[in-house]
Every structure is written in structure tokens, then in C-alpha cells.
Design a protein around this ligand. Sequence first.
Ligand SMILES: [Zn+2]
Length: 424
Amino acid sequence: MRPKTRKQIEVVKLSGAMRSLTSAQLSWAFRETHEHFAYRLKSGVATCMDCGHEWKETAESDTMCRCPKCGARLQVKDTKERVVKQKSYFNVITTKADYQVIRSFQIISEMRKGYQAKYSAMAICEYWIDPKGGKTVMGLCRAMNSYFYDVFNYCSPFELRHDNEAFQRIADEWVYPRIKVTDIIKRNGFAGCTHHINPVTLFTQLLTNPHAETLMKSGDIELLRYLCYHPQEVDKYWNTIKVTKRAGYKVEDALLWFDYIKMLDRMGKDLHSPTLVAPRDLQATHDEYVAKVERQRIKEQKEADRKKTEADEAKFEELKGRYIGLVMSDGEIVIHTLNSVAEYYDEGNRQHICCGSLAYYLKPETLVLTAKIGNKTIATIEIALQDCRILQCRAFANGVSEYQDRIAQIINDNVKLIAERKTA
Ligand SMILES: [Zn+2]
């Protein structure tokens, strides 16, 4: 993107004047964000994959040892492999003019047995946060790739970009420990540690959200962390948070606590009662409320089901009431209507058909009848009310009824009876 606004022009200019990574930053990133190995053969000879030095190592496999030459801490691996390639991301947090800047780099390394390890870094993106919390993003162009989020076009110009998931995730990776922040961020409580919160989110919140400032200053890091990902919830329950603070309660597990508070809220409990919102045993009280909420949910579901059944019965009465009790027969086969919603369900369950579950009792244009010989159901029949045409005649589990023709005859003989009910 070409810079258009005054701020964008300024950011592009300042970004171009940033210093390159120092060797201290680069070697920190290699040391801390990549793994380091002593590759050991069966003979017991280990090779430091950092510097290439060889020696006899007796430490157990997968434990740590130290290279006698370069002093690197290494993980002992019994392997014949000769090459290790690694990639990671790290961030340098600094300032420029009035801006808080988060610079994200990719570092790649290649370790080859017997040689000094090689590594290099390149800038992937930068977040420029102004004193009001506004973000401007510089970076490389992302290459479209459906398997990896972090594929970039390394030849693309480092320029203004839209914020995106790849940059956000990278900014949440390793942070170089020497952090420089603007005076405003310092004044708003930042004391030199991001506490593994995404620095872009953390600084934006510290600049724009007074609650973030309060929590940072009071050392409520777990609540601050929660705020960075759910600012609206912290807003909504801010008064409850204040109640816990006055009660001298420290929220250690913010996820669990918010989960619990939201349940109290759902149950209509008093969110300003210290005994409720600051429980002595959060886990136990939380679990107790999980059970309460579940009981409440079942109760509500039952109530909703009951209301629905009532409404269905009323509707059924209105639609089919006039046909209730209709019976016809040829002397052996007896056909009669299903006379309630419950009978539709019973028939459906008994015959393994869907006249209940698909709410045939609410179909305005049709009527369902059941045909029996003695106590045995031989078919379930759906007819069109308009002309008494048979739409379906099903035996058990949607099978074909062997009495189909006789049933058709009976219905045919009683068209007049049905029609009388229709006009009644
Ligand atoms: Zn070494």
C-alpha cells in the first residue's frame, strides 16, 4: 500500500530509519528460541551442533549437557542425523518518536555436524502504535498458502500492510527481554514485562482502556490477561471485579472465575455480594454452579417442551378435531383416526415411522389413520383431506402393506363419511 495519510507517511519514514538488529539481539534469539543439541553416536562421541566440537559424553539420552568448548547448554541426542534446520519468530519492543514499536523477525538456523552453526534473521512486520492506541502495520507480503499461516513473499517490499492473522500470531511469539516503552505506557503501569500477553494487544489496551491501566498497576495480571482477549466482559463485570478487590480476593484463574461469574449472572444472582463473587474455593463453587445451571437448563427445556406440546395439542384440535373418533371397517380390518398428538407419537414409535417426529399432526391438508386387524397394526395411512386420496400407506418401518388394496377399498367406501366431517 502506498502511504496516503500524514501518519502513514511519517511511519514509513521512521521505519526506514530503524536500526538493524544488534548482534546481541540476534545471538539471543538463536540461543533462546532455537534448540541446541549434542548429537551422539554409538561410540559415545558427541558433537556440539553449535560449534562442531567433539568429545566423549556420558550424560543420559535426552538430558542436558554443556559443550566443553563453547559452553552452550545442549540436549543429548543419540542419532546418526547430521543436519538440523530450525525457524522461529521473535519480537523486539522499542520506541521511535511518539510511537510504541513492535518489530517482528524471523530467525532461521542451520546446524551441520562438524561446523559452526549458521543463522540469520529478517524483518517480517512492525506494529507502530501511536499514543492514542492507533495501529499502523508495516511488513512483507503474505503468500497464499493453505497449510501454513506464515509463508511470506521474501522478495516483496517491506511496506504498509493490512493487519492480518500471521502478523498477529508472530507478534505473540518470543520477546527480546530488553524492552523499551513510551513514557505514556510506562505512566499507565507497564513495568517492563509483557507477562506473555501479546504486546500489541497489551499496549493498545494500556493506551485506550482505563481498566487495563488499573489492573496493571494493581498487579492483577491474570485479570489483565483476560481483559486483553475479552475486553467487553471485563467492562460488563467491572463492578463485580471491584467487589472482589475490596474483599481482598485475588483472581488467580481468570477463565474459571469469569466462567463462574457468568453462571451467577445467568442464574440471576447478586453480583455485588462478596461471599458469592469471591468464593473461598473457586473450583468447588464453580462446579456446584455448573450442576445448578445444568438443572436449570433441564427445567427450562422441560418447560419449553411442555409449552410446545400444549400449543401443538391446541393446534391439532383446531386442525383435526372434527375428524376425531372416525372409524371404518370391512368387517375384519378396522381403520380409525389417530386422536391426539400423543397417538401420533405412539404410532410413530411402535411402527418405526415418522408421523410423530415429523409432526404430521400439524399438517393442515392431510389426515393420518391407522389400520388394524384385532390388536395388530397392519398399516399407517395418510390421506389428502381434499379428495380422500391415499398419499401413503405404510406397514412396519415404512414397508409395503399387503392389505393396501383392501384398505383403499375401505377408504373409498367411506369418502362420504369423511367428507361429512369436513363440513361439520
Ligand atoms: Zn560447542
